[in-house]
Design a protein around this ligand. Structure first.
Ligand code: AMP
Ligand code: MG
Length: 339
C-alpha cells in the first residue's frame, strides 16, 4: 500500500514538473515612445504576453511622466502656478531620485532646467542659441531645492518648471525589468534609445555584449561591455545637438550653473549598475560634473561603475569594468582606481 502511494506521489511530482512549466520562447518587439526608438527582447514562457504588458507600461509611463503630454503629472505640476499637485507613485519615485542625485551631484542634475531647455529649443526640435539676456532672465528660477515633495504631492514656485527627461527612461527600463522578472523571464535585454538594461545573461549562458557608441563617430561602436543583470546607460553630446550659423555645436545636456551646454571635459558618460533609474540620473549628472568631479563622485559612492570619454579622446574606465571591457577604437584607455 505504502509502495503504491509512493508511486502515485512520484507520478504527481513528475506531472507538476513537466506539465506546469511551459517551455520558454524568445520574442522581441520594437516601438517608438518617449521620443526614441526602443527594442525589447525577452525569453520566457509567455514572452509575447510580457512584451505586450511592457509596451503598455511604457506608454502609460510616457503619459504620466512626459513634459510634452498636456495631461501628464509633470504638465500639471508645471501649470499649477505654485499650488501643490497630487501625483502618481511612479512620478513621486522619479522625483525623489531626482532630488537625491541633484544633491549628491552638487546641483549638476537639476530638473528645474526646463525653461532653459525650452529656450534652446531642445524639447521642441526647434533649436536656436538664446541670448545672454534670455538666459539671465531664466536662470534665477533654476533651483531643484525649490521643489517640495510630500507623500503624494509636488509643489514648485510659480515661475519654475520641471522635466524628467534626464531620468525617466531609466525608471521605465526598471519597470519593464520588473514585468519581465515577475513573468518568470531569466533572460532579457532592452534598449530604450541606447539605454540598455538586461536580466541574466544571453539564453546560451554567455554575458550580454553591450556596445557603447563612439561619441566622435556615432555610427561606430567605441567598445563592448560584457554584462549580466545590469543597466548600461549613456549620456552623450552626440545624442541631440545642432550647429549654429557660426559653426558652433551645441548639445542637449546643460550646465545648470551657466545655462549653456555642459563642457567640462567629457563627450560621453556611460554608467553601469543594477538600477536603471539611478544609472540614468547619474549619467546626466556626471556628464555635467565633468572629468575630475565625476572621478571624485565615483570614488565616494562606489555603488556604480562608469566609462567616461573625454573631449580630447581618452577612455577612462573605473576599475570594476576592466574585465568586461573590449576596446574597438584606437583611443587610449586609463583605469580609474578605487581610492
Ligand atoms: P540624458 O540623455 O539621460 O543625459 O538626459 C538628457 C536630457 O535631460 C536632456 O535632453 C534634457 O531634457 C534634460 N537635461 C539636460 N541637462 C540637464 C541637467 N543638467 N539636469 C537635468 N536634466 C537635464
Ligand atoms: Mg540620464
Amino acid at each position: 500500500m505504502q509502495h503504491r502511494s509512493f508511486i502515485i506521489a512520484a507520478g504527481l511530482c513528475m506531472l507538476l514538473l513537466t506539465g506546469c512549466s511551459a517551455p520558454s520562447k524568445t520574442e522581441s518587439t520594437d516601438l517608438f515612445a518617449m521620443d526614441t526608438y526602443m527594442t525589447l527582447k525577452v525569453t520566457a514562457p509567455d514572452a509575447e504576453g510580457l512584451l505586450q504588458q511592457a509596451s503598455d507600461r511604457i506608454k502609460g509611463l510616457e503619459d504620466t511622466l512626459s513634459v510634452t503630454r498636456p495631461d501628464s503629472d509633470i504638465s500639471k505640476v508645471n501649470a499649477a502656478n505654485g499650488a501643490p499637485v497630487t501625483v502618481q507613485p511612479d512620478t513621486m519615485n522619479v522625483l525623489q531620485k531626482a532630488m537625491q542625485i541633484g544633491k549628491v551631484s552638487g546641483g549638476a542634475l537639476d530638473i528645474t532646467l526646463y525653461p532653459v531647455l525650452k529656450a534652446w529649443g531642445f524639447t521642441t526640435h526647434d533649436n536656436h542659441v538664446p541670448t545672454p539676456a534670455e538666459l539671465d532672465a531664466l536662470l534665477p528660477n533654476v533651483d531643484y531645492t525649490q521643489v517640495q515633495l510630500s507623500d503624494d504631492t509636488v509643489q514648485i514656485p510659480a515661475d519654475a518648471q520641471i522635466d524628467l527627461g534626464a531620468l525617466a527612461k531609466g525608471y521605465t527600463s526598471d519597470a519593464v525589468m520588473d514585468i519581465f522578472r515577475e513573468g518568470g523571464a531569466q533572460s532579457a535585454i532592452i534598449s530604450l534609445g541606447g539605454n540598455v538594461q538586461a536580466i541574466g545573461s544571453r539564453p546560451d549562458g554567455t554575458p550580454w555584449q553591450v556596445a557603447v557608441v563612439d561619441p566622435f563617430a556615432p555610427s561606430e561602436n567605441l567598445c563592448i561591455l560584457a554584462v549580466e543583470d545590469r543597466a548600461v546607460i549613456t549620456s552623450g553630446n552626440y545624442e541631440r545637438y545642432f550647429t549654429d550659423e557660426d559653426g558652433n555645436t551645441w548639445w542637449h545636456i546643460l550646465d545648470p550653473a551657466t545655462g549653456y551646454p555642459a563642457d567640462n571635459g567629457l563627450v560621453s558618460v556611460t554608467v553601469v549598475g543594477t538600477e536603471g533609474l539611478y544609472c540614468d540620473a547619474l549619467s546626466t549628472a556626471l556628464f555635467v560634473e565633468g572629468t575630475e568631479q565625476a572621478k571624485a563622485h565615483w570614488q565616494k559612492a562606489q555603488d556604480f561603475e562608469m566609462l567616461l570619454v573625454t573631449s580630447d579622446g581618452t577612455i577612462l574606465l573605473t576599475e570594476g569594468l576592466e574585465d568586461c571591457f573590449t576596446n574597438l577604437s584606437s583611443m587610449p584607455v586609463e583605469v580609474i582606481p578605487r581610492a
